[in-house]
Design a protein around this ligand. Structure first.
Ligand code: 6PG
Length: 468
């Protein structure tokens, strides 16, 4: 007999969906899931903590029938047409007032369309970014829900219980109207791409420039993670260098082909930034370098053609300290670009995204969690309208101390022929952002010269054109 008993339903019981549902059950909520693959349902039940209420439904209808109303149904399925297919399957089964949450990495424009089409049927659709990977889902992710405020209020107690905690604060909060949740997650991933790019450049400079072994690389990243640069990405980077390969006697990192994959969220960030428009050059570069990495065959030919001989770097200790400062300041600049993008999108796309809540819930659970987010949370607490984190006085005093290291490392990288495109883009952005006077007066003159595109003057109002 079917009894209406469950608090939360999950569609898609892959590792992420299963782990999040088990996490929900561990916090005292009755959890039911459905997956077309019966084996995943069986796994869900076998992995459940003893004494928790967890059930795998045999059909979608069975799952929906057994949920308390208003129903809270989340899907963790691949972004794209599958999300629409699941919605179509759900529609005949749900009732007005029910809540459907898409926890995947869907594009925000798709989410907006789904919100609007389901609103006609009085179904609340929420786009929610979930970060933290498989372990995060099981033991505490950072979650970025957006959309209907009433729907958020209904799911808030469950999501707050299962989210990662930063101190005693849950790493989940309302991210704003419409598709704000997926928008914030998209930019989170853009920042993730940029920081990973910077870390890979620091690795390259230490490996090929300073000749550090994997053990030494482990020690440097471990030490950095124990100091002011503490972050999840720093922590996992340190441990990667120690992992032995099971098939050879080498370290695993040295056996991995240098072609980076991507599922598209970094690219979306760059594309959307250009549409806004807002400048996120370090995210752009991170996407471009992943793309360039795919051209392995051409890179090998170019290497033979140009024979770039790496000039070894000297003064190991000093260079590592400069690299620390370079990475630290460039990382702040990555966050600055991403957060400035969210600030701009918040008003342009009318999402009312609370920036302080964004940085606050990124402090735990997510891939870009780092001690820097405490600094940013305090900055947005002081000024909710801060358009760029580089304008915060506290951030500025830190950046001022560290930026000479970034300048020095870029000089060294250029001379030693080690590509440092991400680091260079961060410094270039910083220098341009701090330029009260940019050389684009010349660009305006050129545009007017060849295309009569007009220009404005510094000494009087109006729009001018000159016969050059
Ligand atoms: C997270 C990650 C997660 C996933 C990325 C990977 O926050 O947990 O961002 O969403 O790791 O989608 O993206 P790429 O495959 O594009 O690197």
């Amino acid at each position: 007999m079917n009894t209406i008993a469950f608090d939360f339903g999950m569609i898609g019981l892959g590792t992420m969906g299963r782990n999040l549902l088990l996490n929900i059950a561990d916090h005292g909520f009755a959890a039911i899931g459905y997956d077309r693959d019966e084996i995943k349902g069986k796994l869900l039940e076998s992995e459940a903590t003893k004494g928790t209420q967890v059930k795998a439904a045999a059909s979608l209808a069975e799952m929906v029938q057994q949920l308390k109303t208003p129903r809270k149904i989340m899907m963790l399925v691949p972004a794209g047409p599958i999300v629409d297919a699941v919605i179509n399957d759900l529609l005949p089964l749900v009732s007005p007032g029910d809540i459907i949450i898409d926890g995947g990495n869907s594009h925000h424009t798709d989410t907006l369309k789904r919100i609007n089409s389901l609103a006609d049927k009085k179904i609340h659709f929420m786009g929610m970014g979930v970060s933290g990977g498989e372990a995060g889902a099981r033991y505490g992710p950072s979650m970025m829900p957006g959309g209907d405020m009433a729907a958020w209020k209904a799911v808030q107690p469950i999501l707050e219980a299962v989210a990662a905690k930063a101190g005693d604060q849950p790493c989940v909060a309302y991210m704003g109207k419409a598709a704000a949740g997926h928008y914030v997650k998209m930019v989170h991933n853009g920042i993730e791409y940029a920081i990973m790019q910077l870390i890979s450049e620091a690795y390259d400079i230490m490996k090929r420039g300073l000749g550090l072994s994997n053990d030494e690389l482990h020690s440097v990243f471990k030490k950095w993670n124990e100091g002011e640069m503490q972050s999840y990405l720093m922590e996992i980077t340190a441990s990667i260098f120690l992992k032995h390969d099971e098939l050879t006697k080498n370290r695993l990192v040295d056996m991995i082909l240098d072609k980076a994959g991507s599922k598209g969220t970094g690219k979306w960030t760059s594309q959307d930034a250009m549409d806004l428009p807002v400048s996120v050059p370090t995210i752009d570069i991170a996407v471009a370098i992943r793309d360039l990495s795919g051209y392995k065959d051409e890179r090998v030919i170019a290497n033979t053609l140009y024979k770039p001989i790496i000039k070894p770097l000297k003064q190991k200790e000093k260079t590592i300290q400069q690299l620390h400062d370079a990475l630290y300041s460039a990382t702040i600049i990555c966050y600055a670009q991403g957060l400035a993008m969210i600030a701009k999108a918040s008003t342009t796309l009318q999402m009312d995204i609370p920036l302080k809540a964004v940085v606050s819930i990124w402090r735990g659970g997510c891939i870009i969690r780092s001690s820097l987010l405490e600094l940013f949370t305090a900055a947005f607490k002081r000024d909710k309208q801060l358009s760029n984190i580089l304008l915060s006085k506290k951030t500025a005093s830190l950046v001022k101390k560290k930026i000479p290291g970034l300048r020095k490392i870029i000089q060294l990288a250029a001379v030693s022929k080690i590509p440092a495109t991400g680091l260079m883009s961060a410094l270039g952005y910083f220098d341009a952002y701090c330029s009260g006077q940019m050389p684009v007066n010349l660009i305006q003159a050129q545009r007017d010269f060849f295309g009569a595109h007009t220009y404005q003057r510094i000494d009087r109002e109006g729009v001018f054109h000159t016969e050059w």
